[in-house]
Ligand binder design. Structure first.
Ligand code: B3K
Ligand code: ZN
Length: 878
C-alpha cells in the first residue's frame, strides 16, 4: 500500500471539458459507455504530449475509441488501477465501454444495489469503479447522463441537474439528465428504482421557484415531512446568513437503506442513508429528528461549500467539511437551543476527537500524507475542522467573517481550491494577518492550556498567566505556539461580570483575549475584589483548559456564570472530580462515597424552577464513560463504570423525591400535548427521561410501574425507547424480556427502529452482553451487509459498552477482530471504521494492552488486507 503526500501534488496533465455517460442497467451486469472530451491542461506546457493515465478499478474494458478510431489493445495498457494511453493530439474525444457488476458490489462504493434500487456513492474515489476517468477533484467537467433500464422495475431514473429528454422502447425506458455546472466526478450520482416521492417547492430570494423532491421506497412515504421542512429551513437560512442562493431548478434527495455513512452531497441529487431522512414521532427519537435536520442542512450547504467551490485535492477535505459542519452547527443553533447545541458538540469533540488526536491516527485537519483517503473522513477533519472555522469567526466577528466568505465564494466560484485559498480570502477581506493562525491547519494534537491566577489587592490588579503546550503526535515531535482565542469574564461576588480592562501587553477584543505565545501573562486593572474567572466561554478554542478551580468556585460558576456553556462545564468538572475520587477508592478496595457538594448542586438544580429545562437536563447528565476514559492517564473500565454507577445510584436514592416530582410533571405534559420536535418539547422529554433513568435505580416497584406505563402508552419513540432502555438495564428480568419481545413485534417492519432495538441490547449493562450480541448476529433482522445493522449491533457494543467490550478475558477484542476480518473484503470502509476502539489500546492497563495488540497483530497477519484496514492497523502498531 502506497503513501500519498501533499507535497507531491501536481496539477493534472489533461482536463475533461465534457463527460457524456450512458448506463444500460441489467440484473446481472451494467454497461457504461463514456464519451470524454479531453484536452491538455494549458497550465502544464511541455513539448511532448504526456501519457494519459485514467483511473479505473474492477472494470471490464470492452472498447476504446479515440476520435472515432478504434484503439486496439496493443496501444494501451490496463492494470488493476488504470488505463494508460498515448494521445497524439492536444484535444480529442475518448470513448470507452466497460461492463461492471453493481449487483454484487458489497463495498457500497461506485454503482451498487440497495434493496431493489440502483444507486451510487462516488466520494472520494468511487467514480473509478464506474468508468475510466481522471478521478480527482481538480478535474471538473460538464456531465450529461443517460440511464436506460427496465420500465417496470425501475420507473424512476435520476441523475444530476435537469432532465432534458426521455423515451421508451419495448419494456425498457430511458432518461437523459444534464448538469449545467462543472463538477468533479466525486459529485456524480445516479439512481434507478421503484420510488415514490414527496414534492414541495421553495422560492429563492430572487423569486426563482425550485422544485423539491424527496424519493423513498414506497413504505417510507409517510416519514419525509420532517426532512422536507428541514430542507426549506436550510435553504432560507443559507440565503439569510451567507447570501447563498440555490442554483438549479430542482433539488432531490433519495433515501437508501445501505449506505456507508450519513449522506452525500451529489450536485442536485443528494443520496442519504434512510437513518438521516426518515423521521416521524412514533418511530424516530428526538435525537434522530435532530440528526435528520442537521444532515439535511449539512448536505444542502455543501452546494456552495463543496460543490460550487470544491477541493483541489483530498488533503484539502476540511476545506469543505470543517466549514460545512460549522455552517450546519450554526443553523441548528439558530433553529433550536444554541447553548444545548454547543454543549452537545463540545461533549462529542472532547470524547471522540480528543481521543483521536491523542492516538496513533492523529493528523492535522489538513493532513500531509495518507494511504487510503476513506480513512480520513474523521472527527478531526470534520469536527475539529469546524472548531478552526469557528475560531476564525470569533477572530473576525460576524460581519468580518461574512465579508470573508463572500469574497471566498466570489473569488473561487467554479474552482477547486485549497485551505490556504480559504484563509487568504478571509484575511484579504479583513486586511488581517492569519499566518500564525494557520498552524491549526498543519499541527495535530490537542493543545493544553494551563492557567495560573494571582490577585494583588493593593494595586487592584488581577493577573492570568497562560501556558500552552501541545503533546507530540505521529511525525510531529515539536509544535509551534497556536493562536488561541480565549473568551472570558471575571465574576464578582454577586456573580456579575466585571468590566475587562487590560493593561500592559496582550490583545483583548471585546471579551476575547488572544494567546499567541508559549507563555503569556495578562493583567487586568481596577479589579476591586478577587474575581472568579470564567475562561474559554462558549468553548472558544479546541484545547484542554487547566485551572485549579475549587469546588466552591465550580458551584458558584454553575449558578452564576452568564455563559451557559461554562455553567454546564462547571457542573461537568465537579462531577468528574467526584467520579475520579471514587475510581481511586474502587481501585484501592475502599468504600466509595458521594461528594456532598455534588449532591447539593444537583438538588439546587432540581429545585430551581426558573432555570431553562434544557440546561437542567444537560447539567444533570454525568460525563459519559467514554469521556472519562479519554481523560484518564490509564483507563480502568471496570472502575470507571463502577464509580459512575455508584454516584448515579447515590444521587438517585438521595434525590428520589425531586426526581419523581420532575418525572411526573413532565410525563403529564407529554401525555397531554401532541409530540413536537421543537427545542422546548425536546428539553422537557430529556428531563423526563433523565429523571426516569435515575428513578429506575431505586428498585422501587412503583417506579417500575411508571416505566412500564411509559413503555406501553407513549405516542413517540423518544419516550418508548427511553423506557425500553431503562428496562433492559434493570434487574426486572421478566419485564425486560417481555418488553424486548413486544417492541420487536411492534416494529419488525421498520428496519431503523430495529436498529435501535439492536443498539439497546448491545449497550446493555448485563454481564452477558457479548453472548447476547453474538446471538443477535444470527437474528432474522440482522445482516452484516447492511452498515446500519453493523453500526447498531457491533459498533454500539465495541464503542459504548465499556465493561462488555473490555472484559478481562479479551473476548470482546477477539469478537471485534473477527468482525473486522469478515468485513475486510466485503466492505473495507466499514471494516476500517469498526477498528477505532482497538486503536486506542495505549489507554489501558498492561494486560488489556497485550490483548488488544494481539488482535491487531492477528488482523495484520491476515491475507489480502484492504488498504483501509491495513493503514489503520499498521499505524496503530507502530
Ligand atoms: N461528503 C460526504 C462524505 C463522503 C465519505 C466518503 N467516504 C458526506 C458529507 O460529509 O457531507
Ligand atoms: Zn460534508
Amino acid at each position: 500500500v502506497k503513501t500519498i503526500y501533499l507535497k507531491d501534488y501536481q496539477a493534472p496533465d489533461y482536463l475533461i471539458d465534457e463527460t457524456h455517460l450512458k448506463f444500460e442497467l441489467f440484473e446481472n451486469f451494467t454497461m457504461v459507455h463514456a464519451e470524454l472530451h479531453i484536452r491538455r491542461n494549458p497550465d502544464k506546457q511541455s513539448d511532448e504530449l504526456p501519457e494519459l493515465v485514467l483511473d479505473g478499478q474492477e472494470l471490464e474494458l470492452l472498447t476504446v475509441v479515440m476520435d472515432n478510431v478504434v484503439i486496439n489493445s496493443n496501444s494501451y495498457t490496463v492494470d488493476d488501477k488504470s488505463l494508460t494511453l498515448q494521445p497524439n493530439k492536444n484535444s480529442f474525444i475518448l470513448k470507452t465501454t466497460v461492463r461492471i457488476h453493481p449487483e454484487t458490489n458489497t463495498a457500497l462504493e461506485g454503482l451498487y444495489k440497495s434493496n431493489t434500487m440502483f444507486c451510487t456513492q462516488c466520494e472520494a474515489e468511487g467514480f473509478r469503479k464506474i468508468t475510466y476517468y481522471l478521478d480527482r477533484p481538480d478535474v471538473m467537467s460538464k456531465f450529461t447522463t443517460t440511464i436506460e433500464a427496465d420500465q417496470q422495475s425501475y420507473p424512476i431514473l435520476l441523475s444530476n441537474g435537469n432532465q432534458i429528454a426521455s423515451g421508451q422502447e419495448d419494456d425498457r425506458h430511458w432518461a437523459t439528465w444534464q448538469d449545467p455546472f462543472k463538477k468533479p466526478a466525486y459529485l456524480f450520482a445516479l439512481v434507478a428504482g421503484d420510488l415514490w416521492c414527496v414534492e414541495d417547492s421553495f422560492t429563492t430570494m430572487n423569486q426563482r421557484k425550485v422544485d423539491l423532491r424527496i424519493y423513498v421506497e414506497p413504505e417510507n412515504i409517510n416519514k419525509v415531512n420532517h426532512a422536507m421542512t428541514s430542507l426549506k429551513n436550510s435553504m432560507r437560512w443559507d440565503e439569510e446568513v451567507y447570501g447563498r442562493e440555490y442554483d438549479l431548478d430542482i433539488f432531490m434527495i433519495v433515501a437508501v437503506s445501505d449506505f456507508n455513512m450519513g449522506a452525500m452531497e451529489n450536485k442536485g441529487l443528494n443520496i442519504f442513508n434512510t437513518s438521516c431522512v426518515l423521521a416521524r414521532p412514533e418511530t424516530a427519537t428526538d435525537m434522530a429528528h435532530q440528526r435528520v435536520e442537521g444532515v439535511v442542512a449539512h448536505e444542502y450547504f455543501h452546494n456552495w461549500s463543496g460543490n460550487r467551490v470544491t477541493c483541489r485535492d483530498w488533503f484539502q477535505l476540511s476545506l469543505k467539511e470543517g466549514f460545512t459542519v460549522f455552517r450546519d452547527s450554526e443553523f441548528t443553533a439558530d433553529m433550536n437551543s444554541r447553548t444545548v447545541k454547543r454543549i452537545e458538540d463540545v461533549a462529542f469533540l472532547r470524547t471522540h476527537q480528543f481521543a483521536e488526536d491523542a492516538g496513533p491516527m492523529a493528523h492535522p485537519i489538513r493532513p500531509d500524507a495518507y494511504m487510503e483517503i476513506s480513512n480520513f473522513y474523521t472527527v478531526t477533519i470534520y469536527e475539529k475542522g469546524a472548531e478552526i472555522i469557528r475560531m476564525l469567526h470569533t477572530l473576525l466577528g460576524k460581519e468580518g467573517f461574512r465579508k470573508g466568505t463572500d469574497l471566498y465564494f466570489e473569488r473561487h466560484d467554479g474552482q477547486a481550491v485549497t485551505c490556504d485559498d480559504f484563509v487568504k480570502a478571509l484575511a484579504d477581506a479583513n486586511a488581517i494577518d492569519l499566518t500564525q493562525f494557520k498552524r491549526w491547519y498543519s499541527q495535530a494534537g490537542t493543545p493544553q492550556l494551563e492557567v495560573l491566577e494571582s490577585y494583588d489587592s493593593a494595586t487592584k490588579q488581577y493577573h492570568l498567566t497562560f501556558k500552552q503546550f501541545c503533546p507530540p503526535t505521529p511525525n510531529q515531535e515539536e509544535k509551534q505556539p497556536f493562536v488561541i482565542p480565549v473568551k472570558m469574564g471575571l465574576l464578582n461576588k454577586q456573580g456579575q461580570d466585571l468590566p475587562l480592562q487590560l493593561v500592559g501587553e496582550g490583545t483583548l477584543v471585546g471579551d476575547v483575549i488572544l494567546i499567541t505565545e508559549a507563555e503569556q501573562t495578562f493583567t487586568f486593572a481596577n479589579v476591586g475584589e478577587k474575581p472568579v474567572p470564567s475562561l474559554l466561554r462558549d468553548f472558544s478554542a479546541p484545547v484542554k483548559l487547566k485551572f485549579a478551580y475549587s469546588k466552591d468556585d465550580l458551584l458558584f460558576l454553575m449558578q452564576h456564570d452568564n455563559d451557559g456553556f461554562n455553567r454546564w462545564d462547571a457542573s461537568q468538572r465537579l462531577a468528574i472530580e467526584a467520579i475520579q475520587q471514587q475510581v481511586v477508592n474502587y481501585q484501592a478496595g475502599n468504600p466509595m462515597v458521594l461528594d456532598s457538594g455534588l449532591e447539593k448542586a444537583y438538588a439546587s438544580l432540581l429545585a430551581d424552577s426558573s432555570l431553562d429545562q434544557a440546561m437542567v437536563a444537560e447539567m444533570l447528565s454525568l460525563p459519559a464513560e467514554n469521556y472519562l476514559v479519554e481523560i484518564s492517564e490509564v483507563a480502568d473500565p471496570d472502575a470507571i463504570h463502577a464509580a459512575r454507577q455508584f454516584i448515579r445510584q447515590q444521587l438517585a436514592n438521595n434525590l428520589k423525591g425531586q426526581f419523581l416530582t420532575h418525572y411526573q410533571a413532565n410525563r403529564a405534559v407529554s401525555q397531554q400535548e401532541a409530540y413536537r420536535a421543537t427545542a422546548d418539547h425536546i428539553a422537557r422529554r430529556s428531563l423526563q427521561n433523565m429523571a426516569l433513568s435515575y428513578l429506575m435505580l431505586t428498585d422501587d416497584p412503583q417506579v417500575l410501574t411508571l416505566c412500564l406505563d411509559q413503555f406501553k402508552h407513549s405516542d413517540n419513540m423518544t419516550e418508548q425507547l427511553a423506557a425500553l432502555t431503562n428496562l433492559v438495564n434493570s434487574p426486572y428480568e421478566s419485564e425486560k424480556q417481555q418488553a424486548l419481545v413486544d417492541f420487536y413485534e411492534q416494529f419488525a417492519n421498520d428496519p431503523l427502529v430495529i436498529d435501535q432495538w439492536f443498539a439497546v441490547q448491545a449497550n446493555s449493562q448485563a454481564g452477558d452482553s457479548l453472548a447476547r450480541v453474538v446471538e443477535l448476529m444470527k437474528h432474522e433482522a440482522f445482516t452484516i451487509k447492511n452498515p446500519n445493522k453493523v453500526r447498531s449491533l457491533i459498533g454500539a457494543f465495541a464503542n459504548n459498552n465499556l465493561t462488555g467490550f473490555h472484559q478481562k478475558t479479551g473476548a470482546g477484542y477477539q469478537f471485534l477482530a473477527d468482525q473486522v476480518l469478515a468485513l475486510n473484503t466485503m466492505n473495507p470502509q466499514i471494516a476500517s471504521r469498526l477498528l477505532t476502539p482497538l486503536t486506542r489500546w495505549r489507554k489501558y492497563d498492561e494486560e488489556r494492552q497485550q490483548l488488544m495488540k494481539a488482535e491487531l497483530e492477528r488482523i495484520m497477519a491476515a491475507d489480502k488486507l484492504s488498504s483501509d484496514v491495513y493503514e489503520v492497523v499498521n499505524k496503530s502498531l507502530v
